[in-house]
Design a protein around this ligand. Structure first.
Ligand SMILES: NC(=O)C1=CN([C@@H]2O[C@H](COP(=O)(O)OP(=O)(O)OC[C@H]3O[C@@H](n4cnc5c(N)ncnc54)[C@H](OP(=O)(O)O)[C@@H]3O)[C@@H](O)[C@H]2O)C=CC1
Ligand SMILES: CC(=O)N[C@@H](CCC(=O)OP(=O)(O)O)C(=O)O
Length: 344
């Protein structure tokens, strides 16, 4: 059994980790932290977990207790893992960080986008970007994993086959993405209220969103050169889900894009290339660790449109983190993650 600790157990990604790990046959959550709910039993706060974690209670973060775990997940706001990861790694505990603390390789770029100095630049060289579909071998040997962000997961998985094959004009890529409101976290915010987010939709951070450098970093790695990316996120009136509509110019009209995508992801357990002409819905991945992709070339022209959907809390965060844990500990990658999505 892998002994698991979770820092930040009361947020949406923390409780989603608990839900997924409740069915994991080879992992046991032994520590879960919350400063505000210390002493409260997990199943008293989250009744969906009754019968699964009846003895487990929140405790204040303590590196000695967390350091006795095999792996610690950080489901915390940006900056928290910077402060604690080093001590845990020294204690021999693996760290899987769901925040963006170690996703950007350049500490100065991180500071620019996150508005604070990077708190642990010395750990950046060993941090492995947690997107199994590009980094599986590195994840196997990692101590510190920076789980890919939600928009970056949907966007990178959608663009990768085109970029790796050198088919797209990388100077002009467009990612038009919609997210459910749970992407904003559980903290109270006016913009997350039902009366603000329901029955309405809006773009935000068009000038520059902090996921732009993360996506661009991944696309540069895939294409082997600079990329020109326009990324526009939108808040959509749903709870879970990301829908990415991706645009790229592919001058060679003879390429069989369906075959290209099917081949690229043929051995990936969590990427589903849908039949030609499909329109994947976010509800088809709700609760599941799956990215469903459809590739289109409208009117047979130069412009390729890729549709990519994930559940932001599963393949975009906690499911992806469990997938990384499975790889890291030499387990079957699908453990705890093979359930289908919820419909309706
Ligand atoms: N929501 C989403 O769809 C996605 C979120 N993420 C990332 O995952 C992380 C968590 O997100 P989410 O679950 O939405 O976050 P929330 O804001 O909902 O939850 C944050 C959790 O962190 C704890 N926490 C806050 N400050 C500290 C601190 N200084 N030290 C220790 N614990 C702290 C809180 O508990 P307490 O204050 O009681 O200690 C709480 O349990 C974020 O970095 C987010 O960007 C990544 C992908 C998708
Ligand atoms: C709808 C919404 O607000 N989404 C969040 C992104 C989700 C998230 O938490 O970002 P990380 O993956 O970097 O952790 C945002 O735009 O800031």
């Amino acid at each position: 059994m892998v002994k698991v600790g979770i820092v930040g157990g009361t947020g949406y990604t923390g409780v989603e980790l608990l839900r997924l790990l409740a069915q994991h046959p080879q992992a046991e959550v032994v520590v879960i932290t919350s400063r505000s709910e210390a002493g409260v039993k997990v199943a008293d706060m989250y009744p969906n977990l009754r019968g699964h974690y009846d003895q487990l209670a929140f405790s204040v973060p303590d590196t000695a207790t967390l350091g006795a775990c095999d792996v610690v997940f950080f489901a915390t706001p940006h900056g928290v893992a910077h402060a604690l990861a080093g001590e845990l790694l020294d204690a021999g505990t693996k760290v899987i960080d769901l925040s963006a603390d170690f996703r950007l390789q350049d500490a100065e770029e991180w500071a620019k986008w996150y508005g604070q100095p990077h708190g642990a630049p010395e750990l950046l060289p060993e941090a492995v970007y947690g997107l199994a579909e590009v980094n599986r071998e590195k994840i196997k040997a990692a101590r510190l994993i920076a789980v890919a962000g939600c928009y970056p997961t949907a966007t990178q998985l959608g663009f990768l086959p085109l970029l790796e094959a050198g088919l797209a004009d990388t100077s002009r890529l467009i990612a038009d993405c919609k997210s459910g409101v749970s992407g904003a976290g559980r903290g109270a915010k006016v913009s997350s209220l039902l009366c603000e987010a329901g029955e309405s939709m809006m773009a935000y951070s068009v000038k520059g969103h902090r996921h732009l450098p993360e996506i661009a970093q991944g696309l540069r790695r895939a294409s082997g050169g600079e990329v020109g990316l326009t990324f526009v996120p939108h808040l959509a009136p749903m709870i879970r889900g990301i829908h990415a509509t991706l645009y790229a110019t592919v001058a060679d009209r003879s390429v069989d894009l369906q075959a290209l995508y099917e081949k690229r992801y043929a051995s990936e357990p969590f990427v589903d290339i849908m039949p030609a002409g499909s329109h994947p819905e976010t509800r088809s991945v709700r609760g599941a660790n799956v990215c469903r992709i459809a590739v289109h070339r409208p009117q047979g022209g130069d412009l390729v449109v890729v549709l990519s959907v994930i559940d932001n809390l599963v393949k975009g965060a906690s499911g992806q983190a469990v997938q990384c844990m499975n790889i890291l500990f030499g387990l079957d990658e699908r453990l705890g993650l093979s359930h289908p999505a919820m419909l309706p």
